[in-house]
Design a protein around this ligand. Structure first.
Ligand code: PRP
Ligand code: URA
Length: 233
């Protein structure tokens, strides 16, 4: 009989999970993986130029979606190999990525590279510079966006205003299976998102310390949209 405790002791360096459930927030999953730490640190560096910043964001997003898609449902089918029929599995529901413009676009290609069948629905939201409140300026989704899981994609979860607005909008469209991927989250933004949408799981590469007086995440990585698109204010 396999003794689980004993077999773990035989592999003391084996870490079974790349995700840690936040002790502070239910439904916040924090990535704890050497490659993600390495790439996020390079992205935080102020001297990292837009081309490398974009590459890093896309690479991190690709690594993240591998775990985020773990709960997607599959249907079995028969696939004919060159030798005989075999049991195959395919995703049984259409998946939609919803990048929040602009900065969310900086992570979308990395996810599509791993997951080319995903559809992309766009939502344009910009924070008002003075009030910090979200201003919705654009949206375009697949007609059947509610037919399957939706992943909101945005590197920054700061006050949470933009993410909550995006989630509200998707709920109005009937979406029931919503998750969010971000790179860096502030505690206040997580709190706002999870109190407005307790059924949404947020996946982040880092829960940072706080927001500053300009509602920027500290230590953060600066203005993600500007860094993705090379448009410093
Ligand atoms: C950034 C970021 C998020 C939002 C987060 O977008 O990409 O969408 O701020 O802040 P919040 O949690 O306080 O709402 P921004 O409004 O700067 O627009 P941009 O991507 O077009 O630059
Ligand atoms: N938006 C960003 O791009 N960065 C922050 O730190 C906060 C909001």
């Amino acid at each position: 009989m396999v003794n689980a405790k004993h077999s773990i002791h035989k592999f003391p360096h084996y870490t079974p999970y790349v995700l840690t459930q936040s002790p502070q927030f239910q439904n916040l999953q924090i990535f704890d993986h050497p490659l993600i730490h390495h790439k996020l640190s390079l992205a935080r560096n102020q001297i990292t130029p837009p081309d490398q910043f974009r590459r890093l964001l896309n690479e991190i997003a690709g690594l993240m979606v591998y775990e985020v898609s773990r709960n997607f449902t599959t249907a079995s089918y028969t696939v004919q190999t060159p030798l005989e029929p075999a049991l195959g599995k395919r995703l049984s529901q259409p998946v939609t990525l919803v990048p929040i413009l602009r900065a969310g676009l900086g992570m979308t290609d990395g996810i599509l590279r791993l997951f080319p069948e995903a559809r992309v629905g766009h939502i344009g939201i910009q924070r008002d510079e003075n009030t910090k409140l979200p201003v919705h300026y654009y949206s375009h989704f697949p007609q059947d966006v509610s037919a399957g899981p939706v992943i909101i994609v945005d590197p920054m979860l700061a006050t949470g205003g933009s993410a909550v607005h995006a989630a509200d909008h998707l709920c109005k469209l009937g979406c029931a299976k919503i998750q969010m991927i971000c790179l860096v989250a502030a505690p206040v933004g997580v709190e706002k998102m999870l109190s407005s949408h307790p059924n949404i799981t947020i996946y982040t590469a880092s829960l940072d310390r706080e927001l500053d007086q300009n509602a920027y995440i500290r230590p953060g990585l600066g203005d993600a949209g500007d860094r993705v698109f090379g448009t410093p204010a």
